[in-house]
Design a protein around this ligand. Structure first.
Ligand SMILES: [Zn+2]
Length: 58
């Protein structure tokens, strides 16, 4: 995975698995500090991640 903002390689990747089995990975670029999320191959915004977390808490 390359950084979409600056193209740096070897970005930081933290894998999460939600209680419902959804794979949700967090990426962070150590070069430009860009952060983004990926849900099973789809790019998701922070707002969508928060909505997802809120739905799962119910
Ligand atoms: Zn970057």
């Amino acid at each position: 995975m390359d950084c979409p903002a600056c193209g740096a390689r070897d970005v930081i990747e933290i894998k999460h698995r939600l209680p419902d089995g959804t794979q949700l990975d967090f990426f962070s670029c150590h070069m430009c500090d860009e952060r983004w999320w990926d849900r099973q191959g789809d790019n998701v915004t922070l707002k969508e991640v928060l909505d997802l977390a809120r739905r799962l808490r119910r």
